[in-house]
Design a protein around this ligand. Structure first.
Ligand SMILES: [Zn+2]
Length: 168
């Protein structure tokens, strides 16, 4: 396993933890000098905020740990391609390289819908997509499948509860 894969595995672990909490499974780690300095997972539902993305949490923790907002020696690993909000935070934090697992056709802003890292902002992080893509996409797929199955079951239970009781 490469070092990059090892860090993506750590992000995947956080994604699975998010899934256990009923959140869409996205996990993120920020790495400096070969060490994880910030961890984050999606917590939009738990924290009831649109700002609860994994990358923002991991960047916030890395800044606190390293005692500053400049993360120019840090790389970020995230299981799902960052959205425009997180891409903005990544640029602001001066992250060196972003590694992501699965592309995001709905909000991906590092190459899928747009690549904000190519624009002439004051900082352009390097980006590597598709790292452990199958595993990262699989975690999302399993989560949404489970959600659909649960909703279907609940609907069936509701329908059964409404059925008139017929005599045998
Ligand atoms: Zn985001």
């Amino acid at each position: 396993m490469t070092e990059q894969e090892k860090f993506m595995k750590a992000a995947l672990k956080l994604a699975r933890k998010a899934a256990e909490e009923g959140e869409v499974p996205v996990g993120c780690v920020v790495v400096c000098d070969g060490k994880i300095v910030g961890r984050g997972r999606n917590r939009r539902e738990t924290k009831k905020t649109a700002l609860g993305h994994a990358e923002l949490e991991a960047i916030g923790k890395a800044c606190r740990k390293l005692g500053g907002w400049r993360l120019h020696k840090c790389d970020l690993y995230v299981t799902l391609e960052p959205c425009p909000m997180c891409t903005g935070a990544i640029i602001n934090a001066r992250i060196r390289t972003v590694y992501y697992g699965a592309p995001d056709p709905k909000a991906g802003s590092c190459g899928t819908l747009v690549n904000l890292f190519e624009l002439p902002y004051n900082h352009q992080p390097a980006v590597v997509g598709g790292l452990l893509e199958d595993e990262c996409a699989g975690a999302l797929r399993d989560f949404f499948r489970g959600l659909r199955e649960r909703k279907k079951r609940e609907k069936q239970e509701r329908q059964r509860a409404q059925e008139p009781i017929t005599e045998a």
